[in-house]
Write a protein that binds this ligand. Structure first.
Ligand code: SIN
Length: 191
């Protein structure tokens, strides 16, 4: 089912003070930064892992045939590597629209890979949102990704672009890389 978190996210603005804030991207925000930012730095957050468990009805799929995109799920002792962007607060409005299908603003502690830390904002689609799909066997998720397309492009490209961006950061993400490998063995759907 489709969600719309824009109104809730507008109220989650308690952390906005000053002229800029850090945004942590771990999915499409990691490789598709089509928003204004002042600087970007590779960073990690602790206690979360990246999973293709969120349905995409608006970007990489459709309401009739949703795709699968990443969200974060809690996992003690792990860390998730991504990109931190220092953004002006006015960048958040369009980001809320981009992330509206189930993602909520949370604040978290960021550790920059080149040293230091700060608080930042992260969009997470928790398992109680209506577009949440949850886990499934890798071949099943790979089939869904291989066959899904939406207004932002193919779901396969979302996965492959994310895998490339993680490699550029030197990050080994077994979940993403296993899906990337599995997706290549799925034959394309007839057009
Ligand atoms: C993110 O990239 O940080 C959120 C999930 C997505 O847009 O893919």
């Amino acid at each position: 089912m489709i969600a719309d978190t824009t109104a809730i996210n507008r109220q989650r603005s308690w952390f906005i003070e000053g002229n800029s804030l850090w945004l942590f991207g771990y999915g499409s925000l990691l490789y598709k930064a089509d928003f204004p930012y002042l600087e970007c730095r590779p960073a990690a957050i602790r206690g979360w892992k990246r999973r293709f468990w969120q349905g995409s009805h608006d970007h990489r799929g459709t309401p009739q045939a949703p795709g699968r995109v990443v969200t974060l799920t809690e996992a003690a002792g792990t860390r998730c590597v991504g990109m931190a962007y220092r953004i002006p607060p006015e960048a958040l409005g369009p980001l809320d629209v981009r992330e509206k299908n189930g993602y909520l603003r949370f604040t978290t502690e960021l550790t920059f890979l080149d040293g230091g830390n700060d608080r930042g904002l992260v969009y997470i689609a928790t398992e109680d949102n209506p577009a949440f799909l949850g886990p499934a066997p890798v071949p099943e998720m790979a089939r869904q990704i291989a066959h899904s397309h939406g207004p932002s492009g193919s779901n396969r490209d979302y996965l492959v672009d994310l895998a490339h961006a993680l490699r550029r950061l030197g990050e080994e993400d077994e979940h993403v890389f296993a899906l990337e490998e599995a997706v290549w063995s799925v034959s394309p759907s007839p057009s």
